[in-house]
Every structure is written in structure tokens, then in C-alpha cells.
Design a protein around this ligand. Structure first.
Ligand code: DQA
Length: 149
């Protein structure tokens, strides 16, 4: 089973950006946590991050050609603005879970819309880095149920 974890803008700044909201741990810490979990479970994982919307679209499209079985995506601020990311997910038709480190539903009004949630079969928020682990587990279950891997 092959899973792609995509992180959007400013998530490379974890540990520096707004620690009261996102915590003290870094992006590298997040990647280690994900890789360790996937290694234990025998899942192939690739973690990628970009600050650029078009690059995130390219990553989603490439997941189709590289035959990924599932996608975990935290689109950062593009969650609330990007129809392009939604359309990319619909284009590749790969099962996807949306993750947010913070509890977006308790935050500003402008964060209350998520375009990717129109595609993702589950959204996990407010659980810090553990949310990514939960997302991987949920995705693994879904992929196995679909008999794709
Ligand atoms: C975020 C929430 C978004 O509203 C914000 O723009 C981010 C991070 C989260 O993980 O909580 O960059 O996706």
C-alpha cells in the first residue's frame, strides 16, 4: 500500500509559527512520526510539502501516475480558498482524508469553509500531529475495504 501525505503552505514553519496553536514540534518531527508509524504498519509513505498552490495540484495529479492508493492532505490556508485542489482530487479519484492540526471549527469565520472536504471521505481536526496518524489508519481501512491493495 502506498500513501501520499501532502502538506500545504506554512506547514514547513511548524515549531516556529504560532506555537500556541500548532505546537512546538517541527515539520521534520511530523515527517518522522508519520514515517515511523507507516514503517510499523508496512505502508509505503511519501511526505511532501509546498507553499505553492500549483505545485500542490501537480503533486495530486502525480499521485495518479505513481499509483498511490491514498492521500492524506492538510492544504493549510488553501483549504479555505482552493477549488483547484478540490478539482485535482476529483480528477485523480484516489481516496483522501483531510487533516488539520488545529480545531478549525472553533476558529475564524473565514476558516469555516473547506473546499477539499467536498471530496475527502473524512476530516480530522484539532488532534495535533496525532490527526495524521488517525488519518493514515482510517485511509488504510478504507483502501483495504475497497480491495485496492
Ligand atoms: C491548518 C488550518 C488552516 O486554517 C491554516 O491556514 C493552516 C493550518 C491546520 O492544520 O490547522 O495553515 O490547516
Amino acid at each position: 500500500m502506498k500513501i501520499l501525505v501532502i502538506n500545504g503552505p506554512n506547514l514547513n514553519m511548524l515549531g516556529i509559527r504560532e506555537p500556541a496553536i500548532y505546537g512546538d514540534a517541527t515539520y521534520d518531527d511530523l515527517v518522522s512520526k508519520i514515517v515511523n508509524h507507516c514503517t510499523e504498519k508496512g505502508i509505503d509513505v511519501v511526505c511532501s510539502q509546498s507553499n505553492h498552490e500549483g505545485e500542490l495540484v501537480d503533486m495530486i495529479q502525480q499521485a495518479y501516475f505513481d499509483k498511490f492508493d491514498g492521500i492524506v492532505i492538510n492544504p493549510g490556508a488553501y483549504t479555505h480558498t482552493s477549488v483547484a485542489l478540490l478539482d485535482a482530487l476529483k480528477s485523480v479519484n484516489i481516496p483522501a482524508v483531510e487533516v488539520h492540526i488545529s480545531k478549525v471549527s472553533d476558529r475564524e469565520a473565514f476558516r469555516q469553509i473547506s473546499y477539499v472536504s467536498y471530496y475527502c471521505f473524512e476530516t480530522i481536526m484539532g488532534k495535533g500531529f496525532d490527526g495524521y496518524i488517525e488519518a493514515i489508519d482510517v485511509l488504510e481501512k478504507k483502501i483495504k475495504e475497497q480491495g485496492n491493495s
